[in-house]
Each structure stands twice: as structure tokens, then as C-alpha cells.
Design a binder for this molecule. Structure first.
Ligand SMILES: [Zn+2]
Length: 295
């Protein structure tokens, strides 16, 4: 592997959406490439298409992390796993897939092969059976992965309390780091783990107009997600070289274009609103580029 490949530390937003089945933002999913490792964090709707747009076969993915089990973060998993096993340029997987996630992940990964046993039986005649195997582990707060200079640390966040275990992840590589908030309301543990990170990819929710007037709605959103105002406080305290919003949850008449002005009340630093396939190269500089734009 060339030195330039080993220097690679890139975060690509595969999907920046949420449950609404819109065409311009696929479900939450993030690709992290660090040297010889490639990880996918969450598997929202359309992750397989986005990965294929990048020209990366699923065979190249080292493993997959789940932040929590809300379906919008998981419904793309079966597509990645099974389409990624097919022996065509987008797939070609020949080795078991490692999956990490909160409580319930092992059970899910035990049940999925049962649900798809007919397809697996039939296609195993043509494709290597090892390539469809799943090896799952539950995560707790702390180090989850440490290999080839890549260290992945899980930390607890608050996505609606104890009922729904939820994690953010910090990825360290070559003296740099990226943090993915997962889904969370304003949370001190996230601030602790994100402090000093080069890149902070953060979820966001905003409501304006009629939706902003529904107290019930605001209460529910506020206990599970982070408003731009709160996110600004998180960014001001953690001081990333770049903060990017993903997983946009917009209610009422709120628009993506509103998010930066809404955040400026509490944060004046570098901030982008993520879009699908936006990529960020992390080094001495941290630069976000849209899909198709030159290096
Ligand atoms: Zn969620």
C-alpha cells in the first residue's frame, strides 16, 4: 500500500436524511476511511447506492457500527450485506462482516440470516458462504476497535433515555480524530469525548412555523435530538476544526438553509450543512467537498 493511501483519513456522508423517504437525502450512514480500514457507521436507506456511487465494493468494508436501533439507521443493512455479497463490482464480499452496536445487535445479526435463509442457501452455490456470515459484538462505552493505527471508541449519548441505548463514536488515526454524534439530545458525555476532535459530525433537528408551536412536538424532539442552538453550544465547547450537520430532521417550515443562521446564536466557527456524498479529508486542514468536486 502506497504511503499516500496510508495517509488517507476521510469521512464521507453516505446519507444525511432521517425517516422521511425523500430522494435527495438518503438515510443516515457514514463511511470512514482510515489508512487500510474502511468502516460504515449506521446503515440507513440507500447506503448501498451511495457506496456504489463512490466506486467502493462492499468487499472493501472492514466492518459496520450501529449507533442505535431506530429503523432509519438500520433499514439499509440488509441491502449492504446481501447485495454486497453478490459477485459483481459493487459486492464481491468473501469474508465475514463484523458488526458492532448496542444491546440487541447480536440478536439482530443472529436472526437476519434466518429471515433470508432461502436466498443465502441458493446463492451460496455461486458465492463464497464465508462472505455472507455476520460476526456481531455488543459495544459498551470504551474502545471497540484498535488495529492498523485506527482506534474506534464508543461513548454513550442520550437519545431518549435508558430505553434506547445509543452511542456516538470517536475515530482516531494518525494523530487526528473524527467524532460522530449518533442521535442524541444535548449531552455532556458527547462534549467530553468530542473535545479536541478535528471533525465533529453532528445530528440536528429544527422546527419553525406551525410545528414550532406544538408543545408536544417540541418536547418530544427536545428530549431525543439537538437543536441548532444547542449544537452551537456543543461546537463552541468542543472547538472542532470543522463541524458538519447530518441526519437533518426538519419540522414545519424549517429548511436546511436555516440551520447555519440558527446556529450562529451560539457558535461562530467553521460549520457546514452536510449533504449526501459530501466528503471531508482530515489532516492538518479539514476540508469538506461536495460529490464530484475536484481534490
Ligand atoms: Zn434515532
Amino acid at each position: 500500500m502506497a504511503q499516500s493511501d496510508l495517509d488517507l483519513f476521510r469521512v464521507t456522508l453516505l446519507g444525511t436524511g432521517a425517516p422521511p423517504p425523500v430522494i435527495n437525502r438518503f438515510g443516515p450512514s457514514t463511511l470512514v476511511e482510515a489508512g487500510r480500514e474502511k468502516f460504515i457507521f449506521d446503515a440507513g436507506r440507500g447506503a448501498m447506492q451511495r457506496l456504489h456511487q463512490l466506486g467502493i465494493p462492499f468487499a472493501d468494508i472492514t466492518g459496520l457500527f450501529l449507533t442505535h436501533h431506530h429503523s432509519d439507521h438500520v433499514v439499509g443493512f440488509v441491502d449492504l450485506w446481501l447485495t454486497g455479497w453478490i459477485g459483481r463490482p459493487w459486492g464481491m464480499r468473501k469474508t465475514p462482516l463484523r458488526v458492532w452496536g448496542p444491546d440487541g445487535t447480536k440478536q439482530m445479526m443472529e436472526h437476519l440470516p434466518k429471515a433470508f435463509h432461502v436466498d443465502i442457501r441458493v446463492r451460496s452455490r455461486n458465492y463464497p458462504p464465508e462472505g455472507v456470515k455476520l460476526e456481531a459484538d455488543g459495544v459498551n462505552e470504551g474502545m471497540v476497535y484498535d488495529r492498523n493505527g485506527v482506534r474506534v471508541t464508543a461513548f454513550e449519548v442520550d437519545h431518549g433515555g435508558e430505553d434506547l441505548p445509543a452511542f456516538g463514536y470517536r475515530i482516531n488515526y494518525h494523530g487526528h480524530s473524527a467524532v460522530l454524534s449518533g442521535d442524541t439530545t444535548f449531552n455532556e458525555n458527547l462534549i467530553r469525548h468530542a473535545t479536541g476532535a478535528d471533525l465533529l459530525v453532528h445530528e440536528v433537528t429544527a422546527a419553525t412555523g406551525a410545528a414550532a408551536e406544538s408543545k408536544e412536538q417540541l418536547k418530544r424532539i427536545g428530549s431525543n435530538h439537538t437543536t441548532p442552538d444547542q449544537a452551537g453550544i456543543v461546537f463552541s465547547r468542543t472547538r472542532p476544526k470543522l463541524a458538519i450537520y447530518n441526519h437533518l430532521l426538519l419540522f414545519g417550515s424549517a429548511k436546511a438553509d436555516d440551520l447555519i443562521p440558527m446556529t450562529r446564536k451560539s457558535y461562530a466557527g467553521p460549520l457546514e450543512v452536510g449533504e449526501d456524498l459530501m466528503r471531508v479529508d482530515i489532516g492538518d486542514e479539514v476540508v469538506a467537498r461536495r460529490f464530484g468536486s475536484p481534490e
